[in-house]
Ligand binder design. Structure first.
Ligand code: ADP
Length: 584
């Protein structure tokens, strides 16, 4: 420290006695030695302090002294620094946009007022490199001079971490919120610009098909420049971004006025207040180039490690944003096309259903009318055939009588078929509203209808407690009459034993009709419910093969199911369900 002091020994006057003077001189010498020693210690402390220390003259705004750490931090000699002040080793603006000059004056004034200050400050070294620092200011007792001691610690690593974290969380938050890609990129660019003062950024997005770059976000670059870059084809020597997008590698151009990559754009450069442009390719997880993240500086310069780390992190964040947007678009495209397909399928299905219903209706109508109209002429054939049969029997023409017998029998069979067909087609065609139907009453009606065959076969028919169900009574009679009729009919030796049960099964009734008849082989369990499906010839068991098809139709019209379980030679059990419902 070059602080000038007066030598108190020289100021002693001669009017003191010699002894006194001698004693005083000795004392003074000792004091001087002690002072030198303490100064030496102070200087050592100053020189070897772990942080940069500067002594600032608050009047002139210049450094009085700096330690070697400060020389190293700013990249300037002690002598050179003595000609400068804090503002000369700072960028013009601090993060957040405050002017360095104004902020420095305010801080110095506060320190002079006796406040001990600690704050974050961006310095700049001789190479133009930005240095995030923590600064502590303390006023020093220094005679009449206003001296301030500043200790400066570089906090690049901590700052860098903070920058990345802040930027990352802001951008990710916006992505998660579902903001548009341009909003997300704009936030990213603004955040980075705020954190590295004096620098402006841009994001360009690469069209994968045309390989052209399009505007992503560049709020601080002039419009004419953004317009000029829009649609730029990525290729060799197409500025920093075009080249980075083309090669997939980082491009550092320290001075765009003297670089071959920018040679083709001189007229634009002349209008641009930019000298350095570094561009980082934005790369997807699948290693395709999605675009570029660029940093621009007004002065020619190379990046420092902190800036390289920030540009890399920014490009990664941009990659997340762009990929997220692409996935979102892809998903919504897939959804839209799926919806379109479902809608068109639904429409086609509805149309097919309508068509099916219409043709079903027509068919039902046709079957009903045909069987109805056929009945009359058929009855005539059978009746007159029978009359003729009687006459011929009288005349005893045996051969003609036999032939006529076939005619009459055929007519009767046809009659039975038409009756069944009519019955079947009536199920859907003539629908009555459902009502409460006592099932035991239905069974009694069926037994009355089947009295003759019950008596002929000496069938024993029993049933447990039967519920009241909701349905179409005549159709339920038809259903049980067919099932009990079959149970009596498909029978060999011992008299038929038939048992009916009904039990509640969840929200439906489960009804069963069990017999001890001939049984059914498993392979026919479902086929016997088809139209005209018979397992035996007419000589053994007469029938049309429509009865169970009618049963199935009745049960399904009531919202239930029907099936059979059986053991050949031992008997069968037919089950059907009827949903429980309220009578309207
Ligand atoms: P049909 O009784 O007029 O022959 P169905 O449609 O009622 O016609 O029955 C179809 C076929 O199912 C019958 O021909 C018979 O082979 C078989 N079947 C129906 N009910 C029984 C039963 N209870 N026992 C054995 N076989 C049966």
């Amino acid at each position: 420290m070059d602080v000038k002091r007066e030598d108190p020994a020289e100021t002693l006057t001669s009017d003191h006695s010699g002894v006194e003077v001698e004693a005083l001189r000795e004392e003074l010498c000792e004091a001087q030695a002690a002072l030198r020693e303490s100064e030496e210690r102070l200087r050592t402390l100053f020189a070897y302090a772990p942080e940069a220390i500067v002594m600032l003259d608050a009047e002139t705004g210049r450094f009085i002294d700096v330690n070697p750490r400060a020389e190293a931090l700013f990249g300037l000699s002690r002598e050179r620094l003595a000609e400068l002040g804090p503002v000369d080793v700072s960028p013009p603006y601090q993060p957040g946009g405050a002017s360095s000059l104004e902020s420095a004056i305010a801080h110095v004034q506060a320190a002079l007022d006796g406040t001990e200050l600690t704050f974050e400050w961006w310095h700049r070294n001789a190479e133009g490199q930005q240095l995030p620092c923590e600064v502590r200011l303390v006023r020093m007792p220094w005679g009449s001079r206003n001296v301030i001691r500043g200790s400066i610690t570089e906090i690049s690593v901590r700052k860098q971490f903070e920058l990345c974290e802040r930027g990352r969380s802001q951008v990710l938050e916006r992505i998660a919120r579902g903001d548009s890609l341009s909003d997300v990129l704009q936030t990213l660019v603004k955040t980075i610009e705020e954190l590295l003062p004096g620098m402006v950024c841009s994001v360009l997005i690469l069209d994968q098909e045309t390989r052209c770059l399009h505007f992503g976000a560049a709020p601080s670059l002039p419009q004419f420049y953004n317009d000029a870059v829009e649609g730029l084809k990525a290729g060799p020597a197409t500025g920093s971004c075009g080249t980075a997008a083309h090669t997939g590698k980082r491009v550092i151009v320290a001075d765009i006025r003297n670089h071959p990559y920018w040679a083709a754009y001189l007229p634009i450069i002349e209008r641009l207040d930019v000298r350095a442009c570094w561009s980082e390719p934005i790369i997807s997880l699948e290693s395709t180039v999605l675009g570029t993240f660029a940093m621009y500086y007004c002065e020619p310069r190379e990046p420092v490690q902190l800036e390289l780390d920030v540009i890399e992190t920014s490009a990664q964040l941009a990659a997340i944003a762009i990929e997220h947007d692409r996935t979102k678009k892809l998903l919504s495209d897939v959804n839209a096309s799926l919806e379109r397909r479902v809608a068109s399928r639904t429409q086609a299905l509805a149309e097919a259903n309508k068509e099916l219903e219409r043709s079903n209706d027509e068919l039902r109508q046709f079957a009903y009318i045909a069987s109805h109209d056929l009945q009359e002429p058929l009855r005539m054939v059978t009746n007159f055939g029978q009359l003729l049969q009687r006459k011929i029997q009288v005349g005893a023409d045996a051969e003609s009588a036999e032939y006529l017998g076939y005619v009459v029998e055929g007519g009767q069979r046809m009659q039975a078929l038409i009756d069944d067909l009519l019955e079947y087609s009536e199920i859907g065609y003539q629908s009555r509203p459902f009502q409460a139907v006592k099932l035991d009453r239905v069974v009694q009606l069926v037994l009355a209808n089947l009295r003759a065959s019950v008596q002929d076969t000496q069938a024993e028919i029993t049933y447990g407690e039967l519920p009241t169900v909701v349905g179409d009574k005549p159709q339920l009679v038809q259903l049980l009459q067919n099932l009990i009729g079959n149970a009596i009919k498909f029978h060999d030796q011992p008299p038929p034993k038939i048992h009916l049960t009904a039990e509640q099964n969840g929200a439906e009734w489960l009804v069963s009709v069990r017999d001890n008849g001939i049984g059914i082989a498993p392979e026919f369990y479902s086929r016997i419910f088809e139209f005209f499906r018979r397992l035996h010839n007419r000589d053994r068991f007469p029938g049309t093969g429509i009865g169970l098809a009618i049963c199935k139709r009745v049960v399904e019209r009531h919202g239930g199911r029907i099936w059979v379980e059986s053991t050949l030679g031992e008997g069968s059990t037919f089950f059907f369900t009827l949903p429980m419902r309220d009578v309207k």
